[in-house]
Design a protein around this ligand. Structure first.
Ligand SMILES: [Zn+2]
Length: 288
C-alpha cells in the first residue's frame, strides 16, 4: 500500500497493537498534509475497533467485510460540511454529540471519523471538547487535520496526536541532536543523565513538544523494526538501539508516555514537576 511511507506503517502497527491490547485512547488526532493517507489510517483503525475477530482487523468477520465496503452502521465519517457552509460547523458537531450517546448498532464500539478538522472553528471545537472530556465508553473519535496548529490546545490535550511526517518535513539539526541524546539518556542506567538532558529544553515549550513528538515517532519505528520490517528510517541509529534494548511492550509504553507528556507540555504544566515526571515515567516504561 504505502511502502514508501514508513511513518505510516509504524503508526498503523502501533495503533493496531493498541486496539488489540484495548489501550487505544478514545480521542485520536491524525495530522498529515496528505488527506488520503490520514483517511486510510482512520479507516484501518475504525475497522479494527469494530472487528469481532481475534487479531483485529481479522478481515474475515462480517464487521470487517462491512467496514471494508464502507457500510458498517457503527462507523461514521463526516467532513462536517452543510449546504450553507464548507466549514465544519457547530451544528454538525452537536448532531454528532447527540448521536454518540445512542448505543452502538451492532459492534462494541462506535467510531466517528471527523475529516476536515482544520476547518473546524473555535465554537465547533469547544462543542466537541465537551464530549471529548467524557465520551461514552464505547465511543472513539478520530479527527483528521492537515495541521495540528488548527486545533485548540484544549482539544489537543484531550486526544492522542499522531503526526505522519512527510519526507519534506524538516527536522532541524537541533531537534535531531536532542532526540538522539534523549534516546541515549533513556537507555543509560544513570538516572541523572535523563534529568540533565530533559532540563536543557523543557523550558522551551515548542521545542519540548517537538522533541517528544519525534521521539514518539522513533519509538514507533523501533516497534515496526521489531516486527521484522526494515528500511530507511529517519533516525536509523536511534531506532536500532531502542529496538535492540527494549521489549515491544516497553516501546508501546514509551509511545503512550510521549503522547501524554506532549499534551502536558501544551498545558504549560510546571517545568520542574514535568522534568521529574518525565524521568520517572520513562524509567518506569522501560521497567527500571
Ligand atoms: Zn474482523
Amino acid at each position: 500500500m504505502h511502502d514508501s511511507n514508513l511513518q505510516f506503517d509504524s503508526l498503523c502497527e502501533y495503533v493496531l497493537k493498541s486496539v488489540n491490547a484495548g489501550t487505544l485512547h478514545h480521542g485520536m488526532l491524525i495530522e498529515c498534509s496528505d488527506e488520503e493517507l490520514s483517511l486510510e489510517l482512520a479507516h484501518i483503525t475504525a475497522n479494527a475497533l469494530v472487528c469481532t475477530g481475534e487479531n483485529k482487523p481479522c478481515g474475515i468477520c462480517s464487521a470487517c467485510v462491512k467496514a471494508k465496503n464502507n457500510n458498517h452502521p457503527d462507523i461514521f465519517e463526516t467532513d462536517g460540511r452543510t449546504k450553507k457552509s464548507d466549514a465544519f460547523t457547530i451544528d454538525s458537531v452537536r448532531e454528532i454529540r447527540a448521536n454518540a450517546f445512542i448505543v452502538p448498532n451492532e459492534a462494541n464500539a462506535k467510531v466517528y471519523i471527523l475529516k476536515n478538522g482544520q476547518n473546524m472553528n473555535e465554537q465547533a471545537q469547544n462543542a466537541l471538547l465537551k464530549i471529548l472530556e467524557e465520551p461514552p465508553s464505547y465511543v472513539y473519535f478520530i479527527i483528521l487535520t492537515t495541521t495540528k496548529s488548527s486545533m485548540l490546545e484544549t482539544v489537543i490535550s484531550r486526544v492522542s496526536t499522531y503526526s505522519i511526517l512527510s519526507k519534506t518535513d524538516n527536522i532541524t539539526d537541533e531537534e535531531r541532536e536532542y532526540v538522539s541524546e534523549f534516546v541515549s539518556a533513556i537507555l543509560c542506567p544513570n538516572e541523572l543523565k535523563l534529568m540533565e538532558h530533559t532540563s536543557k529544553y523543557i523550558k522551551n515549550n515548542r521545542l519540548a513538544g517537538r522533541v517528544l513528538e519525534l521521539l514518539s515517532a522513533v519509538c514507533r519505528d523501533a516497534l515496526v523494526q521489531k516486527s521484522g520490517f526494515s528500511g530507511e528510517f529517519g533516525f536509523p541509529e536511534e531506532v536500532n538501539s531502542l529496538c535492540n534494548s527494549l521489549t515491544a511492550k516497553s516501546l508501546i509504553n514509551l509511545v503512550n508516555i510521549c503522547n501524554d507528556l506532549e499534551a502536558a507540555v501544551k498545558r504549560n504544566v510546571n517545568n520542574n514537576l514535568l522534568t521529574v515526571r518525565m524521568c520517572y515515567e520513562f524509567k518506569r516504561a522501560i521497567g527500571r
